[in-house]
Design a protein around this ligand. Structure first.
Ligand code: COA
Length: 273
C-alpha cells in the first residue's frame, strides 16, 4: 500500500466509510486504503468468518471497525447494519456499493433465476444501500461510490447478466448525482478492469498461464490491476480533491476496454471448450 506516501494519514480522520461486500477482494482493498488514511470502517457481507478476518486487517491499520452479516438484496439487513454503524462509529460519510455477484454463462444457457440473482445483488443491492444510507449521507453531505465494470459499456461474452446489472448501476449513479446533489451528496462509480488475486478474476478468467500472459499482453498498460489501484481511486473520489466531481464513471482498467472485448471473448471461448 503506497497511499500514505502521498496523502496525509489523517485525511479521513473521524470519517466513517461503509463498504458493502467489504469482507474480501476489491472491496476490502478499498476499505484498507481508507483505513490507512484514518477512516473508521463499516463492512457487511454474507459470511461472518470473512468479515472477522477483514476486521482484524482493518484494525491493524488503526481503524475502528463494525461488521454486519447482511445480504444487500434485503433492505432490512442493510438498514440494521447502517443503524449499528451510526451507533458505534457515527454517521456514514462514504458509502461504497461494492457487493456483487457474477459467473460466466452464455446467455442461451443462463436461467432467468441466474440473471435475476446478479441483477438483484448488483443493482437492487446498490439501490437498497443508497436508500437505506440516505439520511446519514444527507447529514454528512457524503459520498456514494458504486463499483461498475467494463461490461456496463462493452458487451462481453457470457456476461449479459453482469452487463445489464452494471449498466443499471451506472444509470442509478447518475440519477442519484442529479437528485441528491442538492443535499450535498456526490455520486460516482469506478469501473475496475481485471484485478489480480480477486474472486472476480478466478470466476471470469479461468485460463492457464498462457491465457493470462495473452490477456495481460492485450491490456494497453500490460498488466492486471491491483486492489490498491481501485482503492486509491476510491480515496481520491471521496476526498476533498474531488468535491466538484459527481455523476461520472471513472474507468480504472489499464486501458483494457479500449480495444473492446473481442480478444478476451475468443480466448474465453477457447478456454471454456
Ligand atoms: N452458471 C450459470 N448459472 C449459474 C451459475 C453459473 N456458474 N451460478 C449460479 N447460477 C444460477 C443458478 O443455477 C441459479 O439459477 P436456477 O435456480 O435457475 O438454477 C441462480 O444462478 C441463483 O443461484 P444461487 O446459487 O441460488 O444464488 P445465490 O443467491 O446463492 O448466489 C451468485 C448468487 C449466483 C451470484 C453466486 O455466484 C454468488 O453468491 N456470488 C458472490 C460472489 C461473487 O460472485 N463474486 C464475484 C464478483 S465479480
Amino acid at each position: 500500500m503506497i497511499i500514505t506516501d502521498y496523502l496525509p494519514k489523517d485525511l479521513f480522520q473521524d470519517k466513517v466509510v461503509f463498504v458493502t461486500g467489504g469482507g474480501s477482494g476489491i472491496n476490502l482493498g478499498i476499505a484498507r486504503n481508507f483505513a490507512a488514511l484514518g477512516a473508521n470502517i463499516g463492512i457487511c457481507g454474507r459470511t461472518a468468518e470473512k468479515l472477522e478476518a477483514a476486521r482484524a486487517e482493518l484494525e491493524a491499520l488503526g481503524a475502528r471497525v463494525t461488521t454486519a452479516v447482511a445480504d444487500v438484496r434485503y433492505y432490512e439487513d442493510l438498514s440494521k447494519a447502517f443503524d449499528k454503524t451510526k451507533e458505534e462509529l457515527g454517521p456514514i460519510h462514504t458509502l461504497v456499493c461494492g457487493a456483487a455477484g457474477n459467473f460466466l454463462a452464455p446467455a442461451h444457457q443462463l436461467s432467468a433465476h441466474g440473471f435475476k440473482a446478479v441483477v438483484d445483488i448488483d443493482l437492487l443491492g446498490s439501490f437498497n444501500a443508497c436508500r437505506a444510507a440516505f439520511d446519514q449521507l444527507k447529514e454528512t453531505r457524503g459520498v456514494i461510490l458504486f463499483i461498475s465494470a467494463g461490461q456496463a459499456f462493452t458487451p462481453y461474452f457470457a456476461q449479459a447478466h453482469c452487463g445489464a446489472a452494471k449498466a443499471g448501476v451506472d444509470n442509478l449513479m447518475r440519477n442519484l448525482a442529479m437528485e441528491w446533489g442538492h443535499y450535498g451528496i456526490r455520486s460516482n462509480s469506478i469501473a475496475p478492469g481485471p484485478i489480480e488475486g480477486t474472486e472476480g478474476m478466478r470466476r471470469l478468467a479461468p485460463g492457464d498461464d498462457a491465457f493470462h500472459a495473452r490477456f495481460q499482453e492485450a491490456i494497453p498498460l500490460g498488466r492486471y490491476g491491483t486492489v490498491d489501484d481501485i482503492g486509491q481511486m476510491a480515496v481520491f473520489l471521496a476526498s476533498p480533491l474531488a468535491t466538484y466531481v459527481t455523476g461520472t464513471c471513472v474507468v480504472v482498467d489499464g486501458g483494457q476496454n479500449l480495444p473492446g472485448s473481442g480478444i478476451y471473448g475468443h480466448m474465453l471461448m477457447e478456454a471454456m471448450k
